[in-house]
Design a protein around this ligand. Sequence first.
Ligand code: PEP
Ligand code: MN
Length: 333
Amino acid sequence: MIAVLKSGTTPEQTAHLINWLKHMNLDVHISEGQEFTVLGLIGDTSRVDMELLGSLEIVDTVKRISEPYKQASRNFHPDNTVITIGNAKIGGGHFSMIAGPCSVESQEQIIAVATSVKEAGADILRGGAFKPRTSPYAFQGMKEAGIKLLLEAKKATGLPIITEIMNIRTLDLFEDVDIIQVGARNMQNFDLLQELGKTKKPILLKRGLANTLQELLMSAEYIMSEGNENIILCERGIRTYETYTRNTLDLSAIPVLHEITHLPVVVDPSHATGKASLVPSMAVAAAAAGADGIMVEVHNNPACALCDGAQSLTPAQFADLNARVQRVREAIL
Ligand code: PEP
Ligand code: MN
């Protein structure tokens, strides 16, 4: 249930109301918009007298919301969330281009890719240090050493960095990481989500291979319910019966998510298609559909990449993609 307070309500009146609600064993989440304050009532609201609440002088409207996610819901938080990472912003009309290799492989590789994607206009550097691989015999990432190399690349280029966490035990290693990625396979690792909710780090939450958008938002809710509201959602393709592409990019997820949530939406056309030749068209399409950012895999030598070479762009291909995406952004403004 949400209660929208009238503009002009004083902090004392708000605090008084919250106190009253808390006495009914409800948790109250406050969202301060530009004009209105919205209170999200969390817990068993079945005994709340909606008429009584609605009749209070400071209450504008009371609504029961049917979605099981509350803090992630646009009903509850009408303004777009904007996530700021260094000089980059994502959401609410701000767009960020995230680029870099699937995995950090060596100092030479990550510095070379970081330098070239920066030159081509990337805002944020990606690179996996802990890799969730289908086979236990495949390259598992450079782990701690990989994070150290990403930090070197951050220092060398000034680009903020994003990298994936697989286990909360490694959280200390992410202290200087700017965005923590939760991969598709961990989207419903609820313990991990709750622990990340206790941090203040921006989290990029990828949609699971076979998850609905409601499930994606429930996972975001796990993080938000612990206090961390800095979440970026990522559509990276879902599994369908089509096998030509690695996954099927659900482009409609972008406008749907914008309707039902205030959280920014980034699209990853690399894992969605699995083929470098298809990545630019899908990046352009995602920008046209209103994505708040694009994340693409770029490698200085895709043929020799230790992971996901087939879907990795060369730096020159990335520069071309970025220029096209920026033109689309200007066209739809
Ligand atoms: C990745 O971004 O490197 C990755 C493993 O992606 P996903 O979790 O979407 O498969
Ligand atoms: Mn990858």
